[in-house]
Ligand binder design. Structure first.
Ligand code: TRP
Ligand code: SF4
Length: 328
């Protein structure tokens, strides 16, 4: 029996190279090793976008298409939509009974996001409970591993604490404490050098046309010290180089770094190499995307099938939980 893995991704924007290189590629690798459940967490997207839910439908669809186009194989893993598997909401409610408020207020992302995101009112019950919903996503599948980035460690720690508290209160060996699967996912630099993110408007999207990608990289920030072609640069200060590290070969990375330091290469040529490598890597994904977009019933079938498998697993755990909490 393979170990169970669960991970989730929030459909709060179109997928970009950061999601692709940072998470999705790891998910594709994991499907051959583990019994993987991959969840499109649309309820989580609502916690911060409740005032404007309309675009979420498009984001979900784009996400499903990209999951499959990037290589997730529905015969190897279970791809499903959170809001269809109502058991997540039931467990979220039941876990909320045993979640001390202090635990939630202490989660760093809670305060951080509230100060960082000023155009939305995140002073809500749903947003405070975000990590409880995430814990429900994970615990309901009795997942052993959760592939996530370091930013998610506090959420996973809370999940483990909730599993322990549940077992302490009702303990029958129903829930297991999951572990983070910290894949060394690269920090993907955005066009302005900050982390690639929809909210910074610095992202290259998987749905961008090749022409648009080329334009975005051509106008991308470089090491500010290289104002003229003859100025020497420091690749470590350049977001273009950060993308080379993800999309170029070891040989090219070494060559570009050395040439940058000696002004042996110009930024235009350096970017040309990167553009070609990104386009080469994304080409099979675009072909697959094209196929899928023209075949919506295949997408529906994949999702329906995944939803069914997930609901069956989730219901098994809920039967035990209802009994432990004297609800059956
Ligand atoms: N909070 C996660 C993120 O922002 C998304 C998420 C929701 C998740 N539920 C999950 C990740 C369960 C892993 C497991 O990336
Ligand atoms: Fe960046 Fe390449 Fe220009 Fe160096 S040569 S500053 S790595 S774009």
């Amino acid at each position: 029996m393979k170990d169970r893995v669960l991970s989730g991704m929030q459909p709060s924007g179109y997928l970009h190279l950061g999601n692709f290189a940072g998470a999705l590629k790891n998910w594709v690798r994991a499907q051959d090793i583990y019994d993987c459940f991959y969840c499109i967490v649309d309820w989580h997207a609502l916690t911060s976008n409740y005032a404007n839910p309309a675009p979420i439908a498009d984001y979900k669809r784009d996400m499903l298409i990209n999951f499959i186009a990037a290589g997730l194989d529905p015969s190897k893993c279970t791809i499903f939509l959170q809001s269809v598997v109502k058991q997540h909401a039931e467990l979220h409610l039941l876990l909320s009974m045993i979640t001390p408020l202090g635990w939630l207020e202490r989660v760093p992302t809670y305060k951080e996001k509230q100060t960082e995101i000023k155009d939305k009112d995140l002073n809500t019950y749903g947003f405070l409970g975000y990590p409880v919903l995430q814990a429900a996503d994970i615990l309901i599948y009795r997942a052993r591993y959760v592939p996530v980035g370091v930013d998610q460690i506090p959420h996973l720690e809370l999940t483990r604490e909730l599993a322990r508290r549940f077992e302490f209160l009702y303990g029958k060996g129903i829930l297991i404490e999951p572990e983070a699967l910290l894949t060394e996912s690269p920090k993907v630099a955005g066009l302005d050098g900050r982390k690639m993110s929809k909210s910074y408007d610095n992202a290259v999207y998987l749905s961008d046309t090749p022409e648009l990608i080329e334009k975005k990289i051509r106008t991308m920030m470089t090491d500010p010290a290289r104002k003229r072609r003859t100025d020497k640069g420091d690749p470590e200060l350049c977001p273009v180089y950060a993308l080379h590290k993800i999309f170029s070969s070891a040989e090219e990375i070494g060559r570009v770094a050395a040439a940058c330091k000696t002004a042996g290469i110009g930024c235009i040529d350096c970017k040309r190499i990167l553009i070609n490598n990104i386009l080469k890597e994304l080409e099979p994904l675009w072909n697959k995307r094209h196929e899928l977009i023209n075949n919506p019933s295949m997408l529906d079938d994949i999702l329906n099938e995944g939803n069914k498998r997930a609901a069956a697993e989730a219901e098994k755990t809920m039967v035990d939980i209802r009994e432990a909490m004297k609800l059956s």
